[in-house]
Design a protein around this ligand. Structure first.
Ligand code: F6R
Length: 607
């Protein structure tokens, strides 16, 4: 996830900017840079790689001694590979910016500006904003910013400097975080308080529609029309580690809360004119029409996202999909060949079994598509095509947001395969894509009140063993819910297709055994009710995860976790959040080390 810093004061700004950027390293990045006012110019130094080996080394050959004001950035690549030229700050000598977020309509802005004679050097969406600001700038920065934010769509936090306004920083944001720090005779901007906590604990939260101007006289806030506004000053009483967790008790909880943005960041760059578009990686409609078979391969949660993909692609595109666990796939001489597509899913991009499965698929002549979160990782480099999931770094060992974005991608892939193969028409495809874009808001609704998850956790945390049951898409999603719970709370848990219980597993049910029944699919609801009654009559304590509007009799569920209203197709993805939070609070109540569960590693680079 990109990190932004900015400083204006009386001391040398380079040291402060580098120090603040280093404090944002935990967010993950692949390049870093700064832009400062030197004499009457903006001087920019930026480099691919780690701050210490890249930017700091470069600065040794281009030292900056006198500057007191500048902006800095750590970039987590989304549009364009990690490289010096794609690094931020980005600008043209007159204006320079640092950006966190994704500009959804950058293609249109780019063509508009090319028509006005602008050239582009980088592959980034950010460059379009820098040039748009330049286009609108006629001497008044606030006016230029006001006009530019009227045009750009998507999520952004921006730090901006104009050559003609020496030692001034402007900041504006929508949906991506940005704070403004107030020090003694100096001011800061930063993605979060971690970056500047060594210098000040006092900060303002910049809101949508507000512009901050920082100069030698202090900090000034205006609305987009230049009218002055008063803002509340906050004081952070966190230590650095808590600051990195953004005030959440654990990284897992923070990452669960980041899911609305993460899902937006995954899907929005892949939607063009309301339809899926994977042109960035070369996965064209022609190719999708021609593939003989589709395989999805991964481990753990990544493989579970593939299970959802299978249900979706088979249902919408009527195309068979084979999902495999990477460690099995590589040793069972799979029936993969020339003309097949193998989708390799991995958060880290380094999982040894998954990497070997990718190599095997390539050796057998298949086309490979990597769906990975970590830019430049081994799997990303090895695959024929890459989709980056843009979830930002996942620090908790237990995967939450990385899984949610893999699933979100599976939806888009299913829509595109169905459309390419003529199973749905353009109008239906647009309708489906539009439905997916509404999912982040619904996920947010699930996050607004956490009390039900805490309550359910208090009812199950003493269990020795429990079951997750579901049908259809709910079955696919429950596999992940069950893995979350066992992984961090150490309660034995199994996920079972509800209709299959009676063929053996139901013998595990005894008085008080918790059963978490996921029941989001209207067409399967009655069937699920029978399954639930069957386990309940054998003593199970049932937690039903279903629409909030559903009326459940007492003979059916003991506890209900209500979900917001949404189409059957999307509700399972939304229900993931409920399952993650039940697992989280259960582990917390058992006193487990949530972010670092025993015996597990974040990146499994051994067989
Ligand atoms: C579970 C979890 C693991 C990973 C698996 C694959 O919470 O994180 O099951 O999903 O180890 O890792 P990646 O996606 O990095 O290949």
């Amino acid at each position: 996830m990109c990190g932004i810093v900015g400083f204006i004061g009386k001391r040398a700004c380079t040291d402060v900017l580098i120090d603040a950027l280093k404090r944002l390293e935990y967010r993950g990045y692949d390049s870093a840079g700064i832009a400062i006012f030197e004499d009457d110019k903006i001087k920019t130094v930026k480099a691919k790689g780690k701050i210490k080996e890249g930017l700091v080394e470069k600065l040794k050959s281009e030292p900056i001694f006198t500057a007191v004001c500048g902006i800095g950035h750590t970039r987590w690549a989304t549009h364009g590979e990690p490289s010096d030229v794609n690094s931020h700050p980005i600008g043209n000598g007159r204006v320079s910016i640092v950006h966190n977020g994704i500009i959804e309509n950058y293609r249109e802005i780019k063509s508009f500006l090319i028509g006005k004679g602008y050239g582009f050097e980088s592959e980034t969406d950010t460059e379009t904003v820098a040039k748009l600001l330049d286009y609108y700038y006629e001497g008044d920065p606030i006016e230029a910013i006001e006009k530019a934010v009227g045009v750009i769509q998507g999520a952004y936090a921006l730090g901006i400097i104009f050559r003609e306004h020496k030692n001034k920083i402007f900041a504006v944001r929508k949906d991506s975080p940005l704070i403004v720090g107030k020090g003694k005779g100096e001011s800061f901007i930063a993605s979060d308080i971690t970056a500047i906590i060594e210098y000040t604990r006092e900060y303002y939260c910049l809101e949508r529609g507000e512009i901050a101007t920082l100069d030698e006289n202090g900090i000034h806030f205006t609305d987009l029309h230049g009218e002055a506004i008063e803002k509340e000053l906050f004081t952070a009483d966190w230590d650095v580690e808590s600051a990195q967790k953004g005030g959440y008790e654990h990284f897992m909880l923070k990452e669960i809360h980041e899911q609305p943005d993460a899902v937006r960041n995954t899907i929005s760059p892949r939607i063009k004119d309301g339809l899926p578009d994977f042109g960035e990686c070369g996965l064209t409609a022609e190719k999708l029409r021609a593939y003989k078979h589709i395989f999805i391969v991964g481990c753990g949660s990544a493989m579970h996202s593939g299970m959802v993909g299978k249900y979706l692609i088979e249902d919408l595109a009527r195309t068979p999909v084979i999902v495999d666990i990477a460690s099995e796939f590589r040793y069972r001489n799979p029936l993969v060949s020339d003309g097949d597509l193998v989708v390799i899913v991995s958060q880290s991009g380094e999982t040894a079994d998954t990497l070997e499965a990718l190599k095997l698929s390539k050796a057998k002549g298949a086309d490979t598509l990597a769906v990975v979160n970590v830019v430049g990782s081994s799997i990303a480099r090895e695959a024929d095509m890459v989709i980056y999931t843009n979830a930002g770094p996942e620090i908790s060992v237990c995967s939450t947001k990385a899984y949610a974005v893999q699933v979100a991608f599976m939806y888009l892939l299913a829509f595109e395969v169905a459309y390419a193969r003529g199973r749905i028409d353009e109008a239906r495809c647009k309708e489906l894509v539009n439905g997916l874009t509404e999912v982040p808001e619904k996920i947010q609704e699930c996050l607004n009140d956490l009390s039900i998850y805490q309550y359910v956790a208090s009812k199950i945390f003493n269990a020795d063993s429990l079951l997750y049951i579901g049908r259809g898409l709910d079955n696919a999603l429950s596999m992940e819910g069950s893995l979350k719970l066992k992984e961090i709370s150490y309660i034995h848990s199994e996920s079972y297709a509800a209709g299959e219980l009676k063929h053996g597993t139901i013998s595990l049910i005894e008085d008080g055994t918790p059963v978490i029944a996921v029941m989001t699919q209207s067409s399967l609801f009655e069937k699920m009710l029978s399954n639930v009654r069957t386990v309940k009559s054998r003593g199970a304590k049932v937690v039903a995860i279903c629409r909030a509007a559903e009326n459940l009799d007492a003979d059916c569920a003991d506890y209900k976790v209500g979900l917001p209203e949404a189409d059957d197709l999307f509700l399972p993805l939304i229900s993931t959040v409920a399952m993650q939070l039940i697992a989280y609070y259960t582990a917390v109540q058992r006193g487990c080390d949530v972010d670092k569960p025993r015996n597990l590693a974040k990146s499994v680079t051994v067989e």
